[in-house]
Design a protein around this ligand. Structure first.
Ligand code: C2E
Ligand code: CA
Ligand code: CA
Length: 758
């Protein structure tokens, strides 16, 4: 029996040793160190007991008992230290070293007493039919027992205090160990009182030690982990669902039903069936992990990202976690961000950057397809905006975008976008491109915005992309250049890009770069075209700009004026022309020829860029000339832009002594209608608007009624573009007042004019 028991103790010793090794491997916290020391203590108790069990020799047994008592004392001290450390009571640290010294002295005393047998004696004792060595202590041993007893009871007390003061989830952590210690203490007392062999006590100690280690190292922290996990999982608005290895539901966070909104939690009990359904509903295929699924709820579409994590330990599945995150907000924000970055706010179609990107992608994906780029642009969109207001203008843009969306939806490999203020670009395969269809589509929208006063005209430029590798901006520019060349050109609606357009465009760029210097160096000059009265007498001239370019020679205004009108630099040029006209008038005045006037052109752009009234009043003042001699030509279209404002301006100019002429009268608007609102001094009618030879009778009728009407409204008429004698005779016949045209003279340099007419 003794041998069997010794064998059993050996087994406990082996387990204890494994524990020591494991504990030594762990993170060396104070608690782990104490636990390991305790395990050493237990080994120190088991070994002497094994010897006691096996030996027949009384002397050896006695020595073994001595070491047993010593080990027990140290063990009890270690338990106390562990409890203090485990409970986190720093206060008890002060008792640590006195206790150490007491136990050390005790140990020394026991060793000294070992030879004289002064502390206890040992005898044979029969217990359950077997003979064991037991010890009987003398009264001096009680001092020893008290110290160990205090250690144990103190340890229990510390833990009970800790348990009573800590949060509920930590109570078991302390009280569990306190109970075990109490059991150990009780086993000591029992074995002393009942005079049993120490075997029971040793086995009890070894077991208790194991339980303490388990509680301290595994059980309590795991409990905490679980609680913390649940706490965190519930705090998150996400859904967290845990299944065990059998696919049975183990845990569902409270956020789950809220997050997923899928009819509460029914049905999620079995992992396999439930998630199969979710995944098939989400329609995300096999690669669904980490993907976003959408769920349509009454209050909108929600997006969830599902993470699926298999929990394994040493390669074996122990459970599965599904983590469902509600990412609706971020998806929507992201979508909004993408939309803003890529789409035009107003029309919802691609913006410039995204259009370029998508067009580039298309070219790269279809290297064997020929593509065309078209640009459609509203002519005089500022006038349109001015005339109808921002809202109507926006409305036009939106409707155009809508018509692109519906019109182009069936064309494969087609992209379109809005670029700049009023330009729409479309890129599509050449084979799908039908110019007429494009024009019809443009017209359909444009028509509904045209009124009696304004024709919304949209022009298109087309570039066949012959070099797909060039920059997308360059490709778009070519379409745009082609479009620009036909702006202001009444007949042409669509233009294909060719090299000459590119050249012209480059030329314009060059002129643009050179304008300031040209003005500074006197390259911008006035040419004068005489104006003749009914008696054939030259009464003045119109000042027309010419660029006397130092390399290119004489450049007619058609090559630069429309472009400067478009980019706004016309004002710079006009100011220079006005000054030259004033300079001349001043000279003529000094020569006694203040009967001659000069008419200057005021562009629509000038009306917005300058205070025309202030400017001209101070101009005539500066040159000391009579306002009457500087006549101001404003085109009909410029005036109608902002009729109210301009009526006021005209009245002010007239009050300051200027004569205002309405240039190109009859060219674009329902001119007669406007005359009821504005009272200019002169109507200037261009023959080219009426010089329709096929319909001469009609032209004549219109001319006649203009002249008649102007007479009734107290306005004079100038006919410009008079080329033939017949024209002149007719105009004279209907009562026109002044004439200008090649019939009399082409515009000529100032020197020529002066030589001829002064
Ligand atoms: P506009 O103001 O209507 O000027 C009359 C244009 O008709 C001038 O062309 C003139 O040379 C031309 N012309 C005159 N008589 C005849 C004729 O019998 N037959 C034909 N076919 N044409 C005739 P130009 O000088 O080329 O000017 C063209 C346009 O450029 C002008 O039209 C005006 O709108 C603009 N422009 C010219 N100079 C200036 C300027 O200094 N400032 C502004 N803002 N625009 C200017
Ligand atoms: Ca003019
Ligand atoms: Ca004119």
């Amino acid at each position: 029996m003794q041998t069997t028991m010794a064998g059993f103790l050996l087994l406990l010793l082996a387990i204890n040793s494994i524990m020591i090794i494991k504990l030594s491997d762990m993170n060396r916290t104070d608690i782990i160190k104490h636990l390991r020391n305790m395990a050493f203590g237990v080994a120190g108790i088991i070994v002497p007991e094994m010897i006691i069990l096996l030996t027949k020799n009384r002397q050896i047994a006695y020595y073994a008992f001595t070491f047993y008592y010593i080990a027990f004392a140290w063990y009890a001290m270690m338990i106390f230290r562990f409890s203090v450390s485990y409970s986190g009571y720093k206060l008890f640290k002060v008792y640590k070293s006195p206790l150490f010294w007491i136990v050390a002295i005790e140990s020394a005393a026991l060793i000294w007493g070992m030879f004289s047998e002064s502390f206890f004696t040992i005898t044979h004792y029969k217990w359950y039919d077997h003979i064991y060595w037991i010890s009987r202590g003398f009264s001096i041993l009680y001092a020893y027992a008290i110290v160990s007893g205090i250690s144990l009871v103190g340890a229990v007390a510390v833990l009970i205090i800790a348990a009573s003061q800590s949060a509920r989830i930590f109570r078991l952590k302390y009280s569990g160990i306190a109970i075990i210690l109490a059991v150990m203490a009780a086993s000591c007392v029992a074995s002393q009182i009942k005079h049993q062999p120490i075997l029971v006590q040793v086995i009890c100690f070894a077991f208790c030690e194991m339980v303490i280690v388990y509680m301290a190292v595994y059980y309590a922290p795991r409990k905490l982990n679980q609680r913390a996990m649940k706490f965190v999982a519930d705090k998150l608005n996400d859904g967290i669902v845990l299944y065990d290895d059998e696919h049975q539901l183990q845990f569902v966070s409270t956020g789950y039903s809220d997050a997923v909104g899928l009819k509460g939690m029914q049905g999620i009990g079995n992992e396999e069936t439930y998630w199969k359904k979710v995944i098939s509903e989400a329609n995300v295929g096999n690669a669904w992990n980490g993907r976003v699924m959408s769920v349509d709820r009454d209050d909108g579409t929600y997006y969830y990202e599902i993470q699926h994590m298999a929990l394994d330990e040493d390669g074996k599945l122990i459970g599965t976690v599904y983590w469902i995150r509600n990412v609706t907000e971020s998806i929507k924000n992201y979508g909004e961000m993408v939309r803003r970055a890529n789409f035009d706010e107003l029309t919802g179609i691609y913006n410039e950057a995204h259009f370029h990107e998508m067009a580039r992608k298309l070219l790269e994906e279809h290297p064997d397809t020929d593509f065309v780029m078209t640009c459609s642009s509203v002519e005089k969109f500022r006038v349109f905006k001015e005339l109808f207001g921002q809202e109507k203008y926006d409305d036009y843009l939106i409707r155009t975008a809508e018509s692109l969306k519906t019109g182009l939806v069936h064309i494969p490999n087609c992209v379109y976008g809005r670029i700049g203020e009023a330009d729409f670009y479309i890129m599509m395969p050449k084979e799908s491109f039908d110019p007429q269809q494009l024009l019809d589509a443009i017209d359909e929208v444009a028509k509904s915005y045209s009124t009696n006063n304004f024709n919304l005209i949209v022009k298109a430029g087309v570039y066949e992309i012959t070099e797909p590798l060039q920059d997308m901006l360059a490709i778009c520019n070519k379409a745009s250049m082609a479009c620009d060349t036909i702006k202001g050109d009444y007949g042409t609606r669509i233009m294909w890009f060719d090299e000459s357009i590119q050249k012209e465009s480059m030329l314009r760029e060059r002129y643009n770069a050179e304008l300031s210097k040209a003005i500074e160096h006197g390259e911008i000059q006035i040419y004068l075209q005489p104006q003749v009265d009914n008696a054939g007498k030259v009464i003045g001239a119109e000042a027309l700009a010419r660029w006397v370019h130092r390399e290119d020679g004489l450049i007619p205004p058609a090559h630069f004026i429309p472009f400067f009108e478009m980019n706004g630099r016309i004002t710079e040029l006009d100011i220079c022309i006005w000054r030259q006209a004033c300079e001349k008038l001043k000279e003529w005045k000094e020569k006694g020829r203040d009967d001659l006037h000069i008419s200057v052109n005021i562009s629509a752009r000038d009306l917005y860029a300058l205070d025309i009234y202030e400017h001209h009043v101070s101009l005539v003042k500066e040159y000391g000339i009579d306002a009457r001699n500087l006549k101001l030509e404003i085109t009909e279209s410029a005036i109608i832009n902002d009729l109210k404002q301009h009526v006021h301006l005209v009245e002010k100019l007239q009050a300051a002594g200027f004569e205002v002429e309405m240039d190109d009268f009859g060219s674009a608007y329902s001119s007669f209608n406007m005359l009821k609102d504005i009272c200019v001094d002169v109507l200037k009618i261009d023959m080219k608007f009426l010089g329709d030879t096929e319909n001469e009778a009609r032209s004549h009728a219109i001319l006649k009624s203009i002249v008649d009407l102007s007479g009734e409204l107290n306005m004079k008429t100038i006919a410009e573009g008079v080329e033939t004698e017949e024209q002149l005779e007719f105009l004279k016949g209907v009562g026109c007042d002044i004439y200008q045209g090649y019939y009399f003279s082409k515009p000529m340099s100032v020197a020529d004019f002066e030589a001829k007419y002064l």
